[in-house]
Design a protein around this ligand. Sequence first.
Ligand code: ADP
Ligand code: MG
Length: 253
Amino acid sequence: MATPILEVRDVVKTFGGIRAVDGCSFAVRSGVFTALIGPNGAGKSTLFNAIAGLHAPDAGEIRFDGKRVDGLPPHAIVARGLIKTFQIPRELRNMTVLENLMVAAPRVTGERLFDLVRRPFDIRKGEAEVIRKAEEVLGEIGLRHLRDEYARNLSGGQKKLLELARALMADPKLVLLDEPVAGVNPVLAQKILEIIEGLRKKGVDFFLIEHDMDVVMRRCEWIIVMHQGRRLVEGAPEEIRRNPAVIDSYLGG
Ligand code: ADP
Ligand code: MG
């Protein structure tokens, strides 16, 4: 089997006395649209945050593209092509959609920044490149018409699209989405899922946490069920739907 794009091995993350992630292991294969499901409090979001580098696991290993990433800071993980989407922070709500994308472009390193300071012409060239990339991403996710709109004026679903667009500015190989269509109206939710499909066809992998079983069963190709901080079972949607342990712990009879 090919090296999995993401491998989680015996990961533990505790908060005080709570073992939010308690020895969790699984692999995500490239090209396979994979969902992480499980009851509230199962540890899904904590695990995603650990994968994205927001908190270092207390134990275990996380490999992306075959290389250890656990313990690396988020920007170093992003630089390798793994990114998680985030809510638009308060301070960016008064910026336009285009500006939100521009500030999401990966930062130049200190050395490169020094180069740019010495050669102002390259700064303009760099900015033009970022704008070009932002326009391309806006086209991909169908937000071009909102380019100059303030982020605060977007609908809930459009904000989710903007979160995705900001992640795409980093040219990721794998995008982690924590409930990308939660609270989004069904029409826009379908649109978001179709945009994800389009990006998958271009070779971007997605791994999502989703509680809407309709979405998971219809759209995803592989499902990992998490329960009490661990992987309970995994399988194709049909197997998961029929699995008695899943029905007991999650689907509820
Ligand atoms: P899920 O996303 O599956 O609903 P979470 O990862 O959010 O689960 O939460 C798993 C457990 O960890 C819960 O008991 C939750 O209360 C706890 N938890 C999550 N984040 C924190 C935190 N920052 N501090 C303390 N406890 C937390
Ligand atoms: Mg959660």
